[in-house]
Design a protein around this ligand. Structure first.
Ligand code: NAD
Ligand code: ZN
Length: 345
């Protein structure tokens, strides 16, 4: 059930940085990182019937077997077999790696390992897409943009005219804001510590800004005052436990829903007063915006093809593979939203 992909474009997502630094995550090295990418099927293994050489695909860090209880449920994308597993560095079939250097194995990363000209993935982790879609752009739908968009459209589900707060205005957060704009939210409040993000965020429908550093009280109180009791929906796209708690505590009593998207450190603990729940607020979380990669991702690609979703504005930089360290610098310095890496250079 494996396919070998020729990766043409890969981007850098903050999750790669997290696992590269391995701060508070299980270190598993040497390892080929990378999980936001686009490529072409080069060959298929035994048992693969729905992919053939030449197909254009987006590899996805969380897969879809189409057979388990989760894949059969309309509500879940947490496939029993192929859901994200950050600790597994080998293929499921035989527990071995498909990469090696001088006879020594190199571990895989979240079933994708796209910082490589060629990679091997389980066929359930490759979404076949429209061959006319430009891979240099739709590669960013393989993780960050679909995650943010789906967190809003599939999980937070703001209604027309509602107020939405987005914590973290990186690519994931701006995609969440884009989802709020598409859903017809009227106030979209962006929260970030980096003031440079505010200018960019205007292009994504964010119309109010809060920098927690500008206040000497918790940001949830600031937002609660701005909105006369809290926002209808909030989406956390930072990966910081305090931002997660603020995102929950800034939603309105009665119907407020907060959605966690950021990946927390291993030992993080979420703490809030239970009365916040009794007051009828809801806390949710999601991987990959609740999209089932093989079933749903082709339609997200079509949203781009039909001009309902703009991808160009997320791509601020492009480098060749030999300059991949620059892509890390752009992200770490907060300069880039997405930097697309061309594998042919
Ligand atoms: P990014 O680094 O580009 O953006 C994060 C933004 O948060 C930055 O603009 C930063 O200035 C801001 N920030 C940092 N601390 C903050 C704070 N305390 N309050 C408000 N803003 C703060 O990262 P990204 O690629 O957009 O990813 C965002 C998060 O989403 C990461 O944690 C990533 O691991 C996670 N992620 C989750 C999924 C999923 O399926 N759940 C998928 C992809 C990425
Ligand atoms: Zn499944």
């Amino acid at each position: 059930m494996e396919v070998r992909l020729k990766i043409l474009y890969t981007a850098l997502c903050h999750t790669d940085v997290f696992f590269w630094e391995a701060k508070g995550q299980n270190p598993l090295f040497p390892r080929i990182l990378g999980h936001e990418a686009a490529g072409i099927v080069e060959s298929v293994g035994e048992g693969v019937t729905d992919l053939a050489p030449g197909d254009h695909v987006l590899p996805v860090f969380t897969g879809e077997c189409k057979e388990c209880a989760h894949c059969l449920s309309e509500e879940s994308n947490m496939c029993d077999l192929l859901r994200i597993n950050t600790d597994r560095g080998v293929m499921i079939n035989d527990g071995k790696s498909r990469f090696s250097i001088n006879g020594k194995p190199i571990y895989h990363f979240v079933g994708t390992s796209t910082f490589s000209e060629y990679t091997v993935v389980h066929s359930g982790c490759a979404a076949k897409i429209n061959p006319l879609a430009p891979l240099n752009l739709v590669c960013i739908l393989s993780c960050g943009i679909s995650t943010g968009l789906g967190a809003t459209l599939n999980v937070a589900k703001p209604t027309k005219g509602s107020t939405v707060a987005v914590f973290g205005l990186g690519a994931v957060g701006l995609a969440a804001a884009e989802g709020a704009r598409i859903a017809g939210a009227s106030r979209i409040i962006g929260v970030d510590l980096n003031p440079r993000r505010f200018h960019e965020a205007k292009k994504f429908g964010v119309n109010e800004f809060v920098n927690p550093k500008d206040y000497n009280k918790p940001v949830q109180e600031v937002i609660s005052e701005m909105t006369n009791g809290g926002v209808d929906r909030s989406i956390e796209c930072v990966g910081n436990i305090d931002a997660m708690i603020s995102a929950f505590e800034c939603v309105r009593d009665g119907w407020g829903v907060a959605v966690l998207v950021g990946v927390p450190y291993k030992d993080a603990t979420f703490k809030t007063h239970p009365v916040n729940f009794l007051n009828e607020r809801t806390l949710k979380g999601t991987f990959f915006g609740n999209y089932k990669p093989r079933s749903d991702l082709p339609a997200v690609v079509e949203m781009y093809m039909n001009k309902e979703l703009e991808l160009e504005k997320f791509i601020t930089h492009e480098v060749s593979f030999s300059e991949i360290n620059k892509a890390f610098d752009y992200m770490l310095q907060g300069d880039s939203l997405r930097c697309v890496i061309r594998m042919d250079g």
